[in-house]
Write a protein that binds this ligand. Structure first.
Ligand code: HEC
Length: 253
């Protein structure tokens, strides 16, 4: 019995190490060019994919599988297999996970994207489960891992450093930062606020970024600042009905 337990423990410990090493040694396919990975990240993290697979594909498992864990349900995790899943989507009758999912994946995540963009997405998805094969994806991983354990200041430092290396690409697009911030709301609104402040700083033309920042102030009880930020958001987009409702709720209109 004891031998059995020891053996199982040993395999349990050795397995992740062995598979991590196997992944590190895996050659990067020709189709996964560094430029495609960068472009794929923009489409993934700025588009529909994050709605189900979460930021950088590290889904919680509720709507869709984690794409970074190296376990594949619909292919061998090779470039062509990943490409084909993204191109054709996954119909309900083809779901593989035992977890019940509510929504099927439409072809190309339901986005009106070109052929080459599907290749870019496949290159990015191939890379997120092998983050050390691309420096930007490695930085994304570091950023998210720090943010999710609550080391938000350190995470933001990483983001700003990466911004110098990738000035045109951002480490994550605005919808992803917004989504990440909401992962902390309302229980850890102070952390959310730091992410939303970064978002407003990087994307000062986004009415939605101001709306989210306003909400964090409202949750933290600073109504005056919340009103100021909601007013700004509504001035940028007069059709921001959420902002207008909140201003009424705050007695400002
Ligand atoms: C509406 C939710 C939804 C959206 C949006 C979505 N997916 Fe999916 N995705 C799923 C579901 C559900 C599955 C399959 C789950 C199962 O089989 O149990 C899946 C599976 C996948 C797989 C296969 C994973 C594996 O383990 O083999 C890949 C790759 C993938 N999606 C990439 C993407 C990309 C890239 C986008 C954006 C263009 C995207 N998805 C958008 C829900 C979604």
């Amino acid at each position: 019995m004891r031998t059995y337990v020891a053996l199982v423990t040993l395999i349990g410990l050795a397995w992740p190490l062995a598979s991590a090493r196997a992944q590190e040694m895996e050659a990067v396919p020709d189709s996964v060019t560094p430029e495609r990975v960068l472009a794929g990240s923009v489409t993934f993290n700025g588009g529909s994919c994050i709605v189900c697979h979460a930021v950088a594909g590290r889904g919680s498992g509720r709507w869709a599988p984690d794409l970074s864990d190296g376990e594949w349900l619909h292919s061998e995790g090779d470039f062509d297999g990943i490409w084909s899943t993204i191109y054709w989507g996954v119909k309900k009758e083809d779901f593989k996970a035992t977890k019940p999912r509510r929504f099927e994946m439409h072809p190309k995540g339901g986005m009106p994207i070109e052929w080459e963009q599907v290749r870019e997405l496949a290159a990015y998805v191939w890379t997120i489960s092998r983050p050390n094969t691309h420096p930007m994806v490695a930085k994304q991983t570091q950023f998210l891992e720090l943010a999710r354990v609550g080391e938000v200041d350190e995470a933001i430092d990483i983001f700003r450093q990466a911004q110098r290396d990738y000035p045109e690409h951002w480490l994550l697009q605005e919808p992803s930062l917004n989504r990440l911030g909401y992962e902390f709301m309302p229980a850890w609104a102070q952390m959310a606020q730091k992410i939303f402040e970064l978002t407003v700083d990087l994307f000062p033309d986004s009415w939605n970024a101001y709306d989210s920042l306003a909400e964090s102030y409202m949750v933290l009880g600073d109504d005056r600042k919340a009103v100021e930020l909601y007013e700004k958001s509504v001035a940028m987009n007069p059709e921001n009905t959420n902002g207008l409702d909140k201003l009424k709720e705050l007695g400002a209109r």
